[in-house]
Ligand binder design. Structure first.
Ligand code: 0A1
Ligand code: ZN
Length: 878
């Protein structure tokens, strides 16, 4: 907690550690109230470091030191100093064995960093700097050591004792306690340390690696969840095989353990050999989890598994390099999911996330480059920019190199840097060496904040059959982030003839035969012009196919062009994007002119998409989903909160009025015929069916309410049940209350399902949504101390219910301010994330601005604030 301004850490100040740690031996006497941690560290001076004052500074927070000794000699008080965040040892030798013993209090740990209690379990979270809450250490990722861990605990309460690495024996201590030893032969940074203790149910399986090694796979869950593990285990085995096939990467320990815990700040954590997961990303049964939950589990299980190579075997030199592991690992999990399901649907979902979360971040006061230059609290930098934009930067390099060369480059990266803590330059250098290409200019992407704008103009010369495309790139500079000059941008394009076929993309200067489908242009200058020759008629351009770069494209398409692309583009992503642009344009017109008519052509295009029985239902559902209110707000200089809501609801109403019969037919045609299946096709059918139901419910038509209630009552899978419940809640009245009641009674014993009950109410369109949310704060099942519960009520209301959160009277903002102040002393990470709902305050009208600002100032005025919240509040106010 800080009263004064906390210090800023800068990338330019990076220095190698003065000491290295070769071996770590840890012994825990585990107990929820008081745990004792003994650490034995084999230390030596780092020959690569510049010599400091001779003192050794170890990180440590909230530790009670009981004992400290060097080479077996207990230190007298004159030889060390304990500070609030450090243990300083004076004049240590060049090589020595350090012993410490500390006491910690897992039960009092509400921040969920370090060793904490979740239900009856004890578990750890050490990324980024949680290990220093467990023992005194050089808690930085470039200090890598081999660990052995001994866990001692009561046998009855903690029958299962897990840590990193391979099991190395157990003992019964005879006094009601037992002991387990674990050895991790791979050097690792402290943020990858983990332990778990508790009464857990084990689900076991095996995997044989490509080279024939046998690996024991084990999933640990609380006993009542024993029957929700199949999907996670299947996903793990698929991910292990995929990494062998696509990257030549095998698993390296004898066991791979995953534990599901109910209290977790993030999605999951890749601790070496012992992943700790938010239960939400493990547990699923068709009746408890939606299709999106199942896909989320597959993706997160894969993500954490892929970290074993991209993050663990090769880690980050410092936290500024976070995207080295996260950007690359997100790219890998995106590709895995694309291979497991439908590539176009996955790409659409990923770009939706990027535009919904990363673009606004990059345009607001918390904008930062993929490799930030400074931070106050590193936990604030687990962002959409570091993760999702970081993944886009890797994706662009794959496009520039081509898949085969990219594979050679990653092979080089894995051999050259195995066992080391490296930088983003080290990664890009492997790309350069394997390809012979110069990526110096490309590196700017890692340092440049902001979303580049690509303005495209064209010209048609009918006499010569030449079509000219001119691209101009610009990245708006901001106070903290000057423009670094033009970026190296791969732009995949196609040209369509009048029948919608791809034309050959012959450029005047070409010597070789040009590609006929998609061609990747590499922009390097502020402006570039390409002349496509040999054309008979003016083509329609398909720009930025597959979203080949994280930019905003400005090109003046006519509505007819967009409808044409929607119907004909060979690029599935761009067919969807054309529909989005068309709908966005119409919606923004309706915001400005509420009386404007919905063009017949628009309705016709939607009808075609809805009734195109040749097309994949999943893609049809994506096309028919209107852009979100938040996304529309991002397109306006001043967000018209109510105007956007009115326009979007009105357009849905108009579409329904014109296509009611088609929606009814789509609903009937896409009901599950047989038993529930989790195939891409079945998921797509459910998506289209529930989208149709959403439209049908738009005007509160009694027949639709009956249909919705019937689906709710009959539903055997959570996808259908929760879709129906959400729609009923939006419609309000007795059917909604009855359904909420039924759902609560059925699921009050299952925390993850109960989260959905809170979330549908928090997301409700009804004018009394805030009153309901406030009442739910007092519900017996609500607690701020469980991050999932907090996200499902408070997070959903503040981030996914813009029209109610941004109510003109500022009540939503006050609600948020109250929660942040209440939460900060308990869980700063969660408080600071929540506060980010105010990041875009400058984009609203003066009245709302003043009300948001008042909350930010109120927070900043609080007597004691965490670094996390201080950084977000102060940067947001600017
Ligand atoms: N490395 C994890 C994410 C993670 C980061 C921080 C955490 O606690 C502060 C927890 C998890 C991942 O990318 O999956
Ligand atoms: Zn990750």
């Amino acid at each position: 907690m800080y009263r004064n301004t906390p210090p800023t850490i800068h990338l330019k100040d990076y220095r190698p550690p003065e000491f290295l740690i070769d071996r770590v031996e840890l012994r825990f006497e585990l107990d929820a109230e008081v745990t004792r941690v003994e650490a034995l560290l084999q230390m030596r001076r780092n020959p690569a470091a510049t010599r400091g004052d001779g003192d050794l500074h170890l990180d440590g927070e909230q530790l009670e030191l009981e004992h400290v000794a060097i080479d077996g000699r207990p230190l007298p008080p004159a030889e060390y100093r304990v500070e609030s965040e450090a243990l300083i040892l004076h004049h240590v030798p060049d090589r020595f064995r350090l012993e410490t013993r500390v006491r910690i209090h897992p039960m009092l740990n509400t921040a969920l960093e370090g060793l904490y209690q979740s239900g009856t379990l004890l578990c750890t979270q050490c990324e980024a700097q949680g290990f220093r809450r467990i023992t005194y250490f050089l808690d930085r990722p470039d200090v890598m050591a081999c660990y052995t861990t001994t866990l001692v605990a009561d046998k009855g309460r903690y029958p299962v004792l897990l840590a990193n690495g391979n099991p190395a024996g157990t003992e019964d201590l005879g006094d009601g306690r037992h002991l387990a030893r674990w050895e991790d032969p791979f050097p690792k940074p402290s943020y990858l340390f983990a332990l778990v203790a508790g009464d857990l149910h084990e689900v076991a399986d095996r995997f044989t690696t490509a080279s024939g090694r046998d690996v024991a796979l084990r999933l640990y869950v609380e006993p009542e969840n024993h029957d929700k593990c199949d999907h996670a285990m299947r996903s793990l085995k698929k991910a292990m095989r995929w990494d062998e096939e696509r990257y030549g990467r095998e698993y390296d320990l004898d066991v791979y353990l995953i534990v599901a815990v109910g209290h977790f700040n993030m999605g999951a954590m890749e601790n070496k050999g012992l992943n700790v997961f938010n239960a939400k990303y493990v547990l699923a049964r068709p009746d408890t989890a939606t299709d999106q939950d199942f896909l989320g589990i597959e993706g997160v299980i894969a993500h954490e598994y892929f970290h074993n190579w991209t993050g663990n075997r090769i880690t980050c030199r410092d936290w500024f390099q976070l995207s080295l592991k996260e950007g690359f690992t997100v790219y890998r999990d995106q590709e895995f999911s694309a291979d497991m399901g439908s590539r176009d649907v996955k790409r659409i979902a990923d770009v939706r996330t990027l535009r919904a979360r990363q673009f606004p971040e990059d345009a607001g006061p918390l904008a930062h480059p993929v490799r930030p230059e400074s931070y106050i609290e590193i936990n604030n930098f687990y962002t959409a920019t570091v993760y999702e934009k970081g993944a886009e930067l890797v994706r662009m390099q794959v496009l520039l190199l081509g898949p085969e060369v990219f594979r050679r480059a990653t092979d080089l990266y894995f051999t050259r840097h195995d066992g080391a803590a490296v930088t983003i330059e080290d990664f890009v250098r492997c790309m350069e060496e394997a390809s012979g290409r110069d990526l110096t200019q490309f590196m700017r992407w890692y340092s440049q904040a902001g979303t580049p704008e690509l303005t495209v103009t064209d010209d048609w010369d009918a006499a010569d059959g030449v079509y000219t495309l001119t691209f101009r790139q610009q990245t708006a500079p901001s106070a903290n982030h000057p423009s670094l000059g033009p970026l190296h941008i791969p732009v995949a394009i196609g040209l369509l003839d009048g029948a919608g076929r791809d034309l050959p993309l012959r450029i005047a200067e070409d010597t070789a035969e040009p590609p006929s489908g998609t061609r990747v242009l590499e922009l390097r200058r502020e402006e570039a012009t390409y002349r496509f020759v040999g054309l008979r008629a003016r083509p329609v351009p398909s720009l930025l196919r597959g979203f080949s770069a994280p930019v905003r494209v400005r090109y003046d398409y006519s509505d007819d062009d967009l409808m044409f692309l929607m119907a004909h583009d060979s690029d599935g992503f761009n067919r969807w994007d054309a529909a989005q642009t068309l709908a966005q344009r119409l919606l923004l017109r309706l915001v400005a002119e509420p009386e404007a008519a919905v063009p017949e052509g628009f309705v016709a295009a939607f009808r075609r998409a809805l009734t195109d029985h040749e097309a994949d239902p999943a893609l049809r559902a994506e096309v028919l989903k209107l852009p979100s209110e938040a996304h529309l707000g991002e397109q306006m200089a001043i967000v018209d909160v109510d105007g956007i809501h009115r326009a979007r609801e009105g357009l849905k109403q108009a579409i329904l009025a014109a296509l009611r019969d088609e929606f009814r037919a789509a609903y009937e045609d896409h009901r599950d015929a047989g038993p529930y299946e989790l195939t891409p096709a079945a998921i797509g059918r459910r998506a289209l069916k529930n989208l149709a139901l959403g439209y049908l419910m738009q005007d509160g038509d009694a027949e639709a309410v009956d249909l919705c209630t019937a689906q709710f009552e009959a539903g055997t899978n959570m996808t259908d049940v929760i879709a129906a419940l959400g729609l009923l809640v939006d419609a309000g009245g007795a059917p909604a209350e009855r359904a909420l009641d039924t759902f609560y009674r059925r699921w009050s014993g299952d925390p993850l399902v109960l989260d959905k009950w809170f979330a549908v109410q928090a997301a409700s369109k009804r004018p009394d949504a805030l009153a309901r949310v406030e009442a739910l704060l007092g519900h017996e099942a609500f607690t701020l101390r469980n991050p999932n519960r907090l996200r499902s009520l408070v997070g959903v209301f503040c981030n996914l219910n813009p029209v109610r959160f941004h109510a003109a009277d500022g009540a939503g903002y006050r609600f948020l301010g109250d929660r942040v102040l209440e939460l900060d002393p308990l869980n700063p990470q969660m408080a600071s994330r929540l506060l980010q709902a105010l990041a875009r305050w400058r984009c609203y009208d003066p009245d709302r601005q003043a009300r948001m600002r008042a909350q930010l100032e109120r927070i900043l005025d609080a007597v004691e604030l965490s670094k996390d919240v201080y950084e977000v509040a102060s940067k947001t106010l600017g």
